[in-house]
Design a protein around this ligand. Structure first.
Ligand code: KIV
Length: 280
């Protein structure tokens, strides 16, 4: 089965068809979200926090993203797989950046890459696109710059910052990006950007007017209780509690001798038993 093409996203925008993207980082989660009908999966560098336990996305490496993207690709057939370019995989050197982006397609099997930044990364986006690499942009609260922002703060709140964000979105569009994530910006600003560019916007904490939305798998499923996700996350399930209950039941049954039952055990035939008994 052929994967969806990144060009579909523009068609959906033109038709006013909203779409959902979600992160996934491994084979089972990728299978589950595709079975549920997700058309586009992001192997986000958020895996640094939700899978690897880091405080930020900054320590995530190219090898981490390649490893997780491969598993997601193996678990899916149809979805567009976007692999995040981690911190310092594209900032220092343009040749290295193009090679790293190529690695995510060639070695990991991604359909496209995502990188953070506006006008200053536009020439790089153009080089990648000209090399045959579809690129998704990412503006607003770009987590790799969290140290520069001084925390997870709403971006684009002043007239100058909002105008810059609109220009950045245009620069990414002109450079050939096929979509742009807008993270944690005021909803009216996201609306303006969405109306002013022809490529789809994908919001997270950017209001309802974006063409698509993205959520982090673990936030959506309510898996964690120790790190409270930001206001923009919505838990559609409480799997953390479900998993803890299941594991508690398992512990209880093992300690009480109720598991395993004969149904979970393997028999030995009578003659072998007999021989063993005679052999002492
Ligand atoms: O890494 C990630 O999961 C992301 C999304 C939050 C957009 O970049």
């Amino acid at each position: 089965m052929a994967r969806l093409s990144v060009h579909k996203l523009r068609e959906w925008k033109a038709k006013g068809q909203r779409f959902a993207m979600i992160t996934a980082y491994d084979y089972p989660s990728a299978r589950l979200v595709e079975q549920a009908g997700i058309p586009i999966i992001l192997v986000g560098d958020s895996l640094g926090s939700v899978i690897l336990g880091y405080e930020t996305t900054v320590p995530v490496t190219m090898d981490d993203i390649v490893y997780h993207t491969r598993a997601v690709v193996r678990g899916t057939q149809k979805a567009i797989i976007v692999a995040d370019m981690p911190f310092m995989s594209y900032q220092a050197n343009a040749d290295e950046a193009v090679r790293n982006a190529g690695r995510l397609l060639q070695e990991a099997g991604a359909t496209a890459v995502k990188l953070e930044g506006g006008s200053h990364v536009a020439p790089l986006v153009r080089r990648m696109v000209d090399s045959g690499i579809p690129v998704m942009g990412h503006l607003g609260l770009t987590p790799q710059s969290v140290n520069q922002f001084g925390g997870h703060k709403v971006q684009g709140k002043t007239p100058a910052a909002a105008a810059k964000l609109i220009n950045d979105a245009r620069a990414l569009e002109e450079a050939g990006a096929f979509a742009v994530v807008l993270e944690t910006i005021p909803a009216p600003l996201a609306n303006m950007v969405t109306e002013r560019i022809s490529i789809p916007t994908i919001g997270i904490g950017a209001g309802v007017d974006c063409d698509g939305q993205v959520q982090v798998f673990h936030d959506l499923l309510g898996i964690y209780d120790d790190c409270r996700p930001m206001k923009h996350a919505k838990a559609y399930a409480n799997l953390g509690a479900t998993i803890r209950d299941a594991v508690r039941s398992y512990i209880g049954e093992v300690e009480g001798g109720a598991f395993p039952t004969p149904a979970h055990s393997f028999e030995m035939d009578e003659s072998t038993m007999g021989e063993l008994t005679h052999a002492g």
